[in-house]
Structures are given as structure tokens and as C-alpha cells.
Design a protein around this ligand. Structure first.
Ligand SMILES: Nc1nc2c(c(=O)[nH]1)N[C@H]1C(S)=C(S)[C@@H](COP(=O)(O)OP(=O)(O)OC[C@H]3O[C@@H](n4cnc5c(=O)[nH]c(N)nc54)[C@H](O)[C@@H]3O)O[C@H]1N2
Ligand SMILES: Nc1nc2c(c(=O)[nH]1)N[C@H]1C(S)=C(S)[C@@H](COP(=O)(O)OP(=O)(O)OC[C@H]3O[C@@H](n4cnc5c(=O)[nH]c(N)nc54)[C@H](O)[C@@H]3O)O[C@H]1N2
Ligand SMILES: [Mo]
Length: 670
């Protein structure tokens, strides 16, 4: 991002036209980052709660008073019989950098001996799915897409969630590649594609198996690649034979023609690019689904060529020296709490994991009162009078309303950081463009200050932000060779030490224990799963819980609204106006059955909770599926509720991830 500053104020923000991927444009949200930074509601001083929990009543206090209170309260808990494990950090990506999200904060909690947080909320199921098959969450390079001859956008709303890939896709299309979208919703991305395949949610693993069946049955496999670079292809051939197009069609809710045609086109293509993304892994079998899809390019030999392969993420190529910046060695062995089970962690006496209850919660870079599943359980926990809650934030979010102490944090424009990416291969340096707004401080500085107040004398708590950036870059990984602080200072970004386009598995060399693409995986067997690609139905499906599906017949998907970034930007007037109000999209047949017409206020509910939304009735969604573009701030909705009132704390098959879209509801006129 290029920021224009005039008289010390940021006045304009733009993409860097020289950047090979972002090419001078920003997404709809980040375009508003200046408006967000100077928003009238920006937190500018520390605050102490004056009213009841959740009331949002606070008074301004000094940094000294705030830090003293935090140090005293955390110190008391650490010294009590419950010990420091009764303290839980809660964070996710924030502004997504290494310094403000994985350095001083981590060192502080390690030294303190606080509980660890398993940061699963976004990507873990798919990440582990990739690891099982190809060895790492490393896949094809988006910059190769122009050379691909078939593009599958599989469980991803590219134009909303990842628009910088789109120009590459258009180039492939201009050279003749058809673009196919596999999504239960006809998203704005699906509308721009040549074909929309409206799959039944949570059944992608079965579709991949059905495609494998076609590949083997019609001799479209790459025998040479299979022989040389895969493990278990004979066993897989037998498994795939079970997934006839009739069986695949019955499970996925597609026609046999669609399944066969997709398999044939994939097999006949030379370099098909599959952009699989995180939407499709938010179901019980989400890890297996990604694992199965990751097998396809090995079967068809597409990894050999630029533009061929699967991309879930590029993040694992950014091998910063994470241990050096987060210093896990500083602390004792402690329990780990899964962030998607925050409701349980705060309401069960042993936090759901054995050990002491959670008595203090320190939240930064996240808004769990809005984004975590089973929101009613989370709010019950945050309401506990005996819980001491600290929130580091830009705004008075749903979560900040429940805090005892709120601390004002800096934004992207105000602090140093170094960034990995998950859609491309460029490291970015973030230099502060302006001085902090009000009394805001960087997360890193806040943790340095709390540590000093708690008399933590370890030298690790005194490194400054630029030192941390240098430590992150001083990695032994050849992929970071040549990527230095000084070079980044000059240009802002640098490609990892990888060829362009990067073909990770053209000659095999998978990162699995066998060095092969593991179609048959003994690690899957060790985890108690079928070692071969398999189909695991959603928890809330006709296969696993028909009685529940009878009561709650609609599958609710709550993927991102175009103008929100999770809940970040949810309070920005211009963007909220575009998002209108909480909505739910229904198929006309589902709406008619319930006497619902577009514009009516409806209640969306299940046994976990309910929220109100305005109905939008259109055939741009699969029958039996509903879509609530997300994530709204609860406090900005008329009923104070949001979609996570209905979602569950259950975990995916692999990686202990969330199952946000494995969620059956009923919708009725309010
Ligand atoms: N504008 C915007 N951009 C964002 C974000 C945002 O909030 N707003 N969030 C960012 C973050 S943190 C993430 S993780 C990514 C998420 O972006 P993506 O990885 O693209 O994931 P989602 O948007 O959750 O889901 C993508 C699509 O998957 C579809 N889907 C749901 N269930 C299934 C299924 O079972 N099978 C198939 N085939 N499709 C399914 C949904 O309908 C949706 O259109 O986006 C990032 N970019
Ligand atoms: N129903 C449903 N729920 C979902 C999802 C979904 O698709 N549907 N998506 C899930 C996904 S993929 C994700 S990644 C999570 C995201 O959940 P979160 O990580 O909680 O993301 P945000 O809601 O964007 O909240 C980030 C907060 O961090 C603050 N922040 C940003 N930068 C900084 C900083 O430098 N310092 C401090 N102290 N604060 C900062 C922002 O102001 C914002 O309030 O939500 C998940 N929840
Ligand atoms: Mo995410």
C-alpha cells in the first residue's frame, strides 16, 4: 500500500502499481483504510469499565493507571493456586503482521506461563489436509494461472475474498481457459464464471472422489507421474472405482452429467489450476475434502506445468524465524485451549480441558464476541463477574464492550511490521506512515510495558520492533535468502527466493515423510481416519442426523460480505451502507414454502440461538441452502444478535478447525 501523507495526516491510500500481484489496486475494504483510521469512534485513550459488564460504559484513564491495574490483576492470578494457566491470551490476525501478532505478545505469555491458544479459527482443517497429501500447505503459484487451460474456483469467492487473483484468471480465460465455480451459492464470482456447479454443502470430498473415478475409468490419469511421484495409486484406483457417477451425484446433489463432464475436462486439460479455499473446509469433513482435492493434480499430472496444480495458500513458504520472534523456549509446558471453543473455555469449571478455570482473558487482534462460534456461550462467559478481561483494540467492538480495561492500539498506518502473504510469494514491510492517533500504542509496545510493570527482566522483553523484523528475516530457510530489512526498506516488498512461476512439485519432491504425494497416508491412519481419500458427511446432515435436519432443514452459510473483513470495517459508515443490513438469501422454492418474500424480516434460528435478517429471495442459491453475508457486529444489529448465535463449537476432522457452515437452521417470518 502506498500512503500519501500531508501535514502529518494520511490523505490517500492506493495499491503499489509496481507490485506484480496487487498491481496498483486495493480491495473494496482496504480502500477505506484512511476513513477507518480517522473514524470518529477510534479509541484514543485507555478505558476502565464503570457500568455493568457488557453495558459499554467506560471512563478514560491514564496509561499508567491501566498498566498498573493489569499488572496487579494478572500478577495476583499468576501467584494464586490456579497459577498463570488461568490466564488466556486470545488473538488472531489483526493487521496480519509478525511483529504485532507473533512477537512480544507471545514472549510475554510464554514467560508468564499462561495457557496457550490453538489458533484454528480460519485455516487449520485445510492446512492439515494439504499436509497429509502433499506434505505442506504449499501449492501452485497464482502467477502461473495465465498459462492454465482450465480454472476451477472451488469453495472460494475470489472476487470478494481474494480479488488480486482475478486479473490472472482473466488472462487465462483470454487464452481460452474455461472458468468453473463450485459453490452452493451463485456468488459474484460464480456470476462471472463460465459455469456454476451448485454442490450440496460439505460434500466436496465426494465430488473429488467422483472425479478420480472418471480419471481412472477413462484412462485420463498420468501413469508416469503416478508411478514416480505418488504413494498408493493402485489402492486409490480401487477406492475411486467405488465412486461411480451415480453414487457421487447422489451424495453431492449434482447430476451424473455434471460429475462426468467435470472429471473429463479436468483429465483432458494439461494444466488445470484449482483455487481451493477456506470456505469448503468449514464442515465436519473439511480436512478430508482438501486432502482429496489435493490428490487430483498428481493423478492427472498437472503439477508438471505452469498454471497446473492446487493452491490453498502460499503461507508455508514464508519461513520466517518464528521461534526467534515468539520464543516458545521462554516458558513452561502449559495446556492449550482451542480458540473456537472459547464458549466452553469460559463457562466450564476446568475450561473444558482440565486444569484451572480461565480467570483472565487478554484479547488483541480479534473480536471473539462476534466471530467465535456459539456466540451465546461466548457471551455467557464474557459476562462472568469473576473474569478479568483486557481488550486491545482500534474500536469499541462487541468484545470491547465486555472488557474491564480497554487499551487503544495502532493501525497498519501507525506501526512497523513485516508480512507474509497467503495468495502470493512476496514479503512486505510495513513502515509507519503517520504517528499514532491519540494515545494509541502498538501491541508490541503494550506487551513490553506490561512486562516491565510485572518486573519481567528477561532481555527478550526489550527488543524493539525493527529488531524483531530483523530477527524474523534472519531465517536459515533458502526461501528467504536475499530478503533483507534493508532491501525491503528500499522497495517495500520482495519476492521470496523462488522461481517465477514456482512449480513446487513438477519433479515430485513432496514434503511428506515418503517424499511422494501420499494418496495413501499412514499418518491419516494414525489419526484414526481412512488412509485413502474418503467422504466424511457434515455433522448436521441427512446422513448423520436426519431428525435434526427435519427440524432445521436449511444449511446456513455465513461467508464474508463483500464490504466487510470478518468484523473489521463493520462499523465504517460507507461500507455498512453498501452491506445494507443483515440479510439472508433464500431460494424461491424454500421461501415460498415458508410464506417469505423479499424484504420481509425473518428470524433465522436453531437450538443454539437466533438472529433477525431481511430476506432476499433469488434463484442464485442452491435449494436447501441459505446465505447470511457476514460478519455483522452484534451491537450494530437491531436485535443485538449475529449469525454466530447459530453456529456450533464442534471441530473439523483434521486440525480442530471450526465448522461455521455445517449449520442447520430454520427460517420463519419474524
Ligand atoms: N471481502 C472480504 N474478503 C476476505 C475476508 C472477508 O471477511 N471479507 N476474509 C478473509 C479471510 S480471514 C479468509 S479466511 C478468506 C475466506 O475466503 P474464502 O476462502 O474464499 O472462503 P469463504 O468466503 O468463507 O467461502 C468461499 C465460498 O465457499 C462457499 N462454500 C461454503 N460451503 C461450501 C462447500 O461445502 N463446498 C463448496 N464448494 N463451497 C462452499 C461459500 O458459499 C463461499 O462463496 O477471505 C479473506 N478475504
Ligand atoms: N459465522 C462465521 N464466523 C466466522 C467466519 C465466517 O466465515 N462465518 N470466518 C472466520 C474466519 S475465516 C476468521 S479468520 C475469523 C476472524 O476473526 P477475527 O480475527 O476476530 O477478525 P476480525 O473480526 O476482523 O477482528 C479483528 C479485530 O482486530 C482488531 N485489530 C486489527 N489490527 C489490530 C492491531 O494491530 N492491534 C489490535 N490490538 N487490534 C487490531 C480490529 O479492529 C478487529 O476488531 O472469523 C471467523 N468467524
Ligand atoms: Mo480467515
Amino acid at each position: 500500500m502506498l500512503v500519501t501523507v500531508s501535514d502529518g495526516k494520511a490523505v490517500r491510500i492506493a495499491g503499489d502499481p509496481d507490485h506484480p500481484v496487487t498491481q496498483g489496486f486495493l480491495c473494496a475494504k482496504v480502500n477505506r483504510y484512511v476513513e477507518r483510521t480517522y473514524h470518529a469512534d477510534r479509541l484514543t485513550t485507555p478505558l476502565r469499565r464503570t457500568g455493568p459488564k457488557g453495558s459499554g460504559q467506560f471512563e478514560a484513564i491514564s496509561w499508567d493507571a491501566a498498566l498498573d491495574e493489569i499488572a496487579t490483576r494478572l500478577g495476583d492470578i499468576a501467584r494464586s493456586t490456579d497459577g498463570a494457566q488461568a490466564i488466556l491470551p486470545y488473538s488472531y490476525a489483526g493487521t496480519m503482521g509478525m511483529v504485532q501478532g507473533e512477537s512480544m505478545d507471545r514472549r510475554f505469555f510464554h514467560l508468564l506461563g499462561a495457557s496457550k491458544l490453538d489458533r484454528t479459527i480460519c485455516a487449520m482443517a485445510g492446512t492439515v489436509g494439504m499436509r497429509m497429501t502433499v506434505g505442506a500447505n504449499v501449492g501452485a503459484d497464482g502467477e502461473g494461472v495465465p498459462e492454465s487451460d482450465l480454472v476451477l474456483l472451488w469453495g472460494t469467492n475470489t472476487l470478494t475474498a481474494n480479488p488480486h487473483l482475478w486479473p490472472f484468471i482473466l488472462e487465462a480465460r483470454a487464452r481460452g481457459a474455461p472458468i468453473i465455480c463450485i459453490d452452493p451459492i451463485q456468488t459474484r464470482t460464480a456470476l462471472q464464471c463460465d459455469e456454476w456447479i451448485a454442490i450440496r454443502p460439505g460434500t466436496d470430498a465426494a465430488l473429488a472422489l467422483g472425479m478420480m473415478h472418471v480419471l481412472f475409468a477413462k484412462d485420463l490419469e498420468d501413469r508416469d507421474y503416478l508411478e514416480r511421484h505418488t504413494l498408493g495409486h493402485e489402492e486409490l484406483r480401487v477406492r475411486a472405482a467405488e465412486w461411480t457417477s451415480a453414487r457421487t451425484a447422489a451424495v453431492t446433489g449434482l447430476t451424473e452429467d455434471v460429475v462426468v463432464s467435470l472429471g473429463e475436462r479436468y483429465g483432458r486439460a494439461r494444466a488445470a489450476f484449482i483455487r481451493v479455499n477456506y470456505g469448503l473446509q468449514r464442515h465436519a469433513g473439511g480436512g478430508m475434502a482438501v486432502r482429496n482435492i489435493a490428490c487430483l493434480p498428481a493423478i492427472a499430472g498437472h503439477w508438471r506445468r505452469p498454471g497446473g496444480g492446487v493452491q490453498l495458500s502460499t503461507s508455508a513458504n514464508f519461513q520466517f524465524d518464528r521461534a526467534a520472534i515468539s520464543r516458545p523456549d521462554l516458558g513452561p509446558a502449559v495446556r492449550t485451549i482451542n480458540m473456537i471453543r472459547l464458549g466452553d473455555a469460559l463457562t466450564l469449571p476446568d475450561a473444558g480441558t482440565g486444569g484451572p478455570p480461565v480467570r483472565a482473558l487478554v484479547v488483541y487482534n480479534s473480536n471473539p464476541a462476534a466471530v467465535a462460534p456459539e456466540r451465546n456461550a461466548v457471551l455467557r462467559g464474557l459476562a462472568r463477574e469473576d473474569l478479568f478481561t483486557v481488550v486491545l483494540e482500534h474500536f469499541q467492538t462487541d468484545t470491547a464492550d465486555w472488557a474491564d480495561i480497554v487499551l487503544p492500539a495502532t493501525t497498519q498506518l501507525e506501526h512497523w511490521d513485516v508480512h507474509f502473504a497467503y495468495g502470493h510469494h512476496y514479503v512486505s514491510l510495513n513502515r509507519p506512515a503517520i504517528t499514532p492517533v491519540g494515545e494509541a500504542k502498538p501491541n508490541s509496545e503494550i506487551f513490553r510495558l506490561i512486562a516491565a510493570r510485572m518486573h519481567m527482566t528477561d532481555a527478550a522483553m526489550r527488543d524493539d520492533d525493527v529488531t524483531i523484523i530483523r530477527q524474523a528475516l534472519a531465517s536459515q530457510s533458502p526461501k528467504l535468502r536475499g530478503v533483507s530489512f534493508d532491501a525491503l526498506l528500499e522497495r517495500g516488498w520482495m519476492r521470496l527466493n523462488l522461481p517465477t512461476p514456482y512449480l513446487p512439485y513438477a519433479d515430485g519432491a513432496f514434503a511428506t515423510p515418503s517424499g511422494k504425494c501420499e494418496l495413501l497416508s499412514s499418518r491419516m491412519a494414525d489419526l484414526g481416519f481412512d488412509p485413502l481419500p474418503d467422504y466424511i458427511p457434515p455433522y448436521e446432515s441427512i446422513e448423520r442426523d436426519p431428525a435434526l435436519v427435519k427440524r432445521f432443514p436449511l444449511t446456513l452459510i455465513s461467508s464474508p460480505a463483500h464490504t466487510f473483513l470478518n468484523t473489521t470495517f463493520g462499523n465504517i459508515t460507507s461500507l455498512r451502507r453498501q452491506a445494507r443490513e443483515p440479510e439472508v438469501l433464500l431460494h424461491p422454492a424454500d421461501a415460498e414454502r415458508r410464506g417469505i418474500a423479499s424484504g420481509m424480516t425473518v428470524t433465522v434460528h436453531n437450538d443454539r440461538g437466533a438472529f433477525l435478517a431481511r430476506a432476499r429471495v433469488e434463484p442464485s442459491i442452491r435449494e436447501g441452502v441459505a446465505w447470511a453475508p457476514s460478519i455483522w457486529w452484534g451491537k450494530l444489529a437491531g436485535d443485538g444478535a449475529n449469525v454466530n448465535q447459530t453456529t456450533s463449537q464442534r471441530e473439523t476432522d483434521l486440525g480442530h478447525g471450526p465448522v461455521f457452515y455445517d449449520n442447520q437452521v430454520e427460517v420463519g417470518v419474524a
